[in-house]
Design a protein around this ligand. Structure first.
Ligand code: ADP
Length: 547
């Protein structure tokens, strides 16, 4: 027997509509590329998003079309999310830090019909316009009186003039909730990028789950600043989560340095933020150097790569900011797990609590996870056994866009498909998961795994070290041994011997790196994560002193 409840589809447009009706005068504040601050409300955003959607429909956009953005976090990007998704087309957020050739490749693969861009990226658009035949219209996201001219870009229109063609009478269509609404390509550190396409249903369910108190814990009492870019897995869902709960949104635009972030946090009463570890290093350094404290800022989500415990400690103990460590990936919308304490942990000593919070945490409701060996056998949840992490759930991808790479899923004995994350992890008896490595970064020494994340976390807890990466290098006897590559803090001194001695007593002796290399910088990828592939190339000819 079927139940008797309404079959109302879960649609992204309903998130913004809800915010406009119930939190209509709550603000969306943006630092613009020009440097000034723009402010308006959810009601304004909803009205402009509907006009923009109507303008797209009038320009021939149909359900299922892909429309790209090359843009920072800001109000126009937010309008693009809702206008494009809301009308039934797919907002394709492109990472502008990729090489122009790669951007052109992605635009062509997606078959984007329009591309809207911030002025910062005019040179990229000029470089790729002639190579992207599917793009009918290039939209400059700027005021009409600042509209650029370029003979390299055919059909260049102004965002405001384009939007003005739409009507506020536009009503959101009631789509099938399985319709695609967003497209995000993985950064393609190995091979060509592959696209993950989100549905309305997956996006709304992800926003619901992420907003819960023990997940991101977002509320209408918050002022939320997504530092994580809207081109990096939808800023981890915040442009959807904030309207769902009515939180004030603060967009930092292109200025992500410590000083700009600090000033915006203070001036907009930001309570909450989210970003990858590398951006926070700048903020912490600026606040320390200038002996600053935060007025309202009290918690931040850190993920995308392992948050070093030293960073968590600094936020917590020096600045009173709680760090919520999260794990996820493009293919999981992205949130899979977050580390939060439970009532039963109250009686634990501070250090034991800290150890739990350092893990990547337990799965949100909606995500099922397990660890398996190379034959697919499930491994115990004992907090010690490492295995390949598999996940499934309504916001986990089942297949890449255009079937690229074939069927990525791994099937269990019941025929259920699981997405192999490419991460190696442990899960403890309470379900707290801890990533030890990406499978392609793991070091196998004499057949045993060494966690590069553990070694890196320890290195950056040394006061003289700003950044650290550990890679495996060939060793004649052990196959692979760890090499520690570090960047020192400005003005700090430390020797190879001192650094190696620093590991004593903190890890199994055989995990200690065989050597240390001091470098000026460590290569970062397009989402601000350490690019180990590049680093391995850089040290391809390096020979260990122990070899
Ligand atoms: P890409 O794979 O293109 O770098 P993603 O943002 O999808 O882009 O990266 C997902 C990967 O990032 C995960 O599979 C995992 O290896 C890593 N990751 C994400 N969050 C964490 C975390 N908190 N700790 C360790 N690794 C993480």
């Amino acid at each position: 027997m079927q139940g008797l409840m309404m079959d109302m589809p879960l649609l992204v447009s309903s998130l913004l509509q809800h915010a406009a009706r119930h939190y209509g005068d709550n603000e969306i504040v943006s630092r613009r590329i020009e440097g000034d601050i723009h402010r308006y409300t959810y009601a304004d955003c909803h009205e402009r998003a509907r006009r923009l959607a109507d303008a797209f429909v009038r320009s021939g956009t149909a359900v299922g079309d892909r429309i790209a953005t090359l843009a920072w976090n800001g109000y126009r990007h937010m309008e693009m999310y809702y206008a494009v998704g809301g009308l039934g087309a797919i907002v394709h957020t492109i990472n502008p830090r990729l090489h122009p050739e790669q951007i052109a490749w992605i635009v062509n693969h997606a078959g984007d019909t329009h591309l809207a861009f911030d002025m910062t990226f005019l040179p990229i658009v000029e470089a790729i316009a002639s190579k992207c035949p599917t793009v009918k219209t290039w939209i400059a996201m700027t005021d009409a009186d600042r509209q650029p001219k370029s003979d390299k870009i055919p059909n260049l229109v102004n965002y405001e003039e384009f939007l003005a063609q739409g009507s506020t009478d536009y009503r959101w269509p009631e789509l099938d909730e399985r319709t695609g609404c967003g497209l995000c390509y993985t950064s393609g550190t190995t091979g060509n990028p592959k696209g993950a396409m989100y549905t309305h249903r997956s996006t709304v369910l992800h926003a619901y789950a992420a907003a819960l108190p023990d997940a991101m814990g977002a509320s209408a009492r918050d002022s939320i600043l997504p530092v994580v870019p809207m081109f990096h897995v939808n800023a981890w869902g915040l442009p959807y989560i904030c309207p769902l709960v009515g939180a004030k949104l603060v967009f930092p635009g292109p200025q992500l340095d410590g000083k700009s972030l600090y000033e915006l946090i203070e001036s907009e009463g930001v309570t909450y933020s989210a970003g990858v570890p590398t951006v926070w290093a700048g903020l912490l350094q600026y606040a320390r150097e200038n002996k600053l404290r935060f007025g309202t800022f009290n918690r931040t989500v850190i993920g995308g790569s392992a948050c070093p415990p030293a960073m968590m400690k600094a936020f917590n103990e020096e600045f009173g900011v709680e760090v919520i460590h999260a794990w996820g990936m493009t293919e999981t919308s992205p949130l899979g797990s977050l580390s939060r304490l439970q009532l039963k942990h109250d009686k634990l000593p501070a250090e034991a609590k800290q150890k739990i919070l350092e893990k990547q945490g337990h799965a949100l409701f909606g995500i099922d996870m397990k660890i398996v060996d190379d034959e697919g056998n499930e491994l115990p949840w004992d907090g010690k056994t490492f295995g390949n992490l598999l996940v499934r759930g309504p916001w986990v991808m089942k297949e890449y866009f255009r079937g690229e790479g074939g069927d990525p899923l791994q099937y269990d004995v019941d025929g259920r498909g699981w997405f192999p994350t490419g991460d190696v992890a442990t899960i403890d008896a309470d379900g707290y998961m801890q990533i030890t490595d990406r499978s392609k970064d793991v070091i196998k020494s004499g057949g045993e795994w060494i966690s590069t994340i553990d070694l890196e976390n320890l290195a950056v807890s040394h006061p003289a070290i700003m950044q650290a990466a550990v890679i495996g290098v060939h060793h004649p006897k052990w196959d692979e041994r760890p090499l520690l590559v570090v960047v020192k803090r400005p003005g700090a001194e430390v020797t190879r011997e001192e650094l190696l001695a620093f590991y004593e007593g903190k890890i199994a002796k055989w995990w200690t790196p065989d050597d240390v290399q001091f470098v000026d910088s460590i290569p970062l990828g397009a989402t601000g994560k350490i690019l180990k592939t590049k680093l391995r190339e850089q040290f391809a000819d390096y020979k260990l002193p122990t070899a």
